[in-house]
Design a protein around this ligand. Structure first.
Ligand code: SF4
Ligand code: SF4
Length: 447
């Protein structure tokens, strides 16, 4: 057990622990803050992904160990595990474990999307609202993902494996561990191969994940899993639409009904995000009107609810917000220096609870009913012949390779490093072998 928070933070950095919920934020930074509450984000609200549930089912003690380490580092007086109450099989075991640990409790949440949005979880667990443009630490909270805490419990042991779910159009959907750097093709093969003819996949879940067609891309530490679907599935087609296309359609079809805003989880928390106003930017190619309406997208967390559920016309308000943020970034405008930063305290919308979107309805709307299967845990050990360790697996400065072609490396050796004064953490060999190709993007290791 590390004796100080500085030691824990050093261990996390040395181990290369990053946010395993998809973001990849280096965890050592969170451990340096001070917070009253340490929250475990176990809501896992991305439909069809199961890896957090399986970690809590099969390795709950390690997650609690990681939580206790985090609580001790940040000085938290309470640890709260936020999990959906539908996980009836897992919760009794968690409650039993919590009894044996000091100041840890279980928060049972409804099955709605996006229960796992960090700021929604903070509100549900503590009744506090993260200030607009702020982070949970500003209201005395630190939030960590299930797998992140699992990895933290082993630090400084390097992170060389990641838990993933492969679901959708595969013969045997499953949740399992693989060495970082294997390809998604190998993962699909481990699930018996694809059942769809011309497959694409969504990396990271149907709502916030990204459409990919290249199955030879490598798995990274922050990977949560993939959903395999036919290339012509409506969800794939919708998510893959380009900015010129969705702008052209949005300009002519948006009737300003504002459903996108009325269901927006951040708007319902009292933040001034109004995607229907951002949609108005499509009427202007630039100028003050464009800038004015773009600002209403600055606090968007990109959950996709507006684009994939709320909009009756099937338009792209989320993508409009993402584009607006990018345009404003070029003008060096963020929320803090925008016209919307009034200092007004956010107030939760009075009907927030009635506008929570049930995941079952969402799955239907996404056209995923036929693909919504369990992905049981498999503890089979996979030994790849080759891995590619990406130098950019975290938010911050990418790693620079520290090994040369032909060099022998052991599993766990550092193969990429970030200067100690920069945001980032090392990348490690996930298998033992000989270094193959080395470049600024990746280090290849051949077993
Ligand atoms: S819900 Fe759709 S149609 Fe209505 S305002 Fe939003 S983008 Fe426009
Ligand atoms: S994606 Fe849409 S619903 Fe989600 S936070 Fe952004 S504007 Fe709101």
């Amino acid at each position: 057990m590390p004796e100080t928070s500085a030691e824990f933070s050093r261990n996390l950095r040395a181990a290369g622990v990053v946010g395993a919920g998809g973001a990849g934020f280096p965890s050592y930074v969170k451990a340096q803050g001070k917070a009253e509450f340490a929250l475990v984000n176990a809501a896992e609200c991305e439909p069809l992904l199961k890896k957090d549930q399986k970690i809590l089912e099969y390795f709950p003690a390690k997650v609690f160990d990681g939580l206790e380490l985090l609580m001790s580092a940040v000085g938290a007086v309470r640890g709260i595990v936020g999990i959906k109450k539908k996980h009836e099989k897992i919760i009794p075991r968690l409650e039993e474990l919590a009894k044996g640990r000091k100041n840890i409790s279980i928060l049972k949440m409804g099955d709605y999307y996006p229960a796992g949005d960090e700021q929604c979880l903070v509100y549900e667990a503590t009744g506090r609202i993260v200030p607009p443009g702020g982070i949970p630490l500003e209201v005395g909270c630190v939030v960590a993902n299930v797998e992140t805490l699992y990895n933290a419990s082993f630090a400084p042991r390097p992170v060389t494996e990641t838990f993933i779910t492969v679901n959708g159009g595969v013969k045997k959907p499953a949740t399992f561990r693989v060495p970082v750097g294997v390809t998604w093709r190998e993962c699909v093969e481990l699930c018996g191969g694809s059942t769809v003819k011309d497959p694409a996949y969504i990396d990271g879940g149907p709502m916030m994940g990204k459409v990919q067609t290249d199955f030879d891309l490598p798995v990274v530490k922050a990977s949560a899993g993939i959903i395999v679907l036919p290339k012509d599935h409506p969800l794939i087609l919708k998510k893959a639409q380009s900015r010129p296309v969705f702008t052209r359609v949005g300009r002519s079809a948006c009737d300003q009904c504002s459903f996108c805003t009325e269901f927006c989880p951040r708007y319902l928390l009292g933040h001034n995000v109004q995607p229907h106003r951002v949609m108005r930017t499509m009427l202007f190619s630039g100028g003050p009107e464009h800038k004015l309406h773009s600002q209403y997208g600055l606090l968007c967390c990109e959950c996709s609810l507006c684009s994939l559920y709320s909009c009756p016309e099937g338009l792209h308000p989320r993508e409009a917000c993402v584009a607006a943020k990018s345009d404003l970034r070029e003008q060096k405008i963020g929320f803090k220096n925008s016209g919307l930063n009034t200092g007004r305290k956010p107030e939760v919308h009075p009907v927030r609870d009635f506008r929570k979107v049930p995941v079952s309805k969402l799955v239907r709307r996404l056209g995923l009913d036929d693909y919504n299967k369990d992905a049981p845990w498999s503890d089979a050990v996979y030994k790849p012949s080759k891995v590619r360790i990406l130098m950019s697996q975290h938010i911050g400065v990418p790693c620079s390779p520290t090994v040369k072609e032909g060099q022998k490396v052991e599993k766990g050796a550092v193969v990429g490093e970030v200067p100690s004064d920069k945001l980032g953490c090392p990348a490690h060999a996930s298998i033992s072998g000989t270094v193959g190709k080395v470049n600024q993007k990746y280090v290849e290791i051949i077993a």
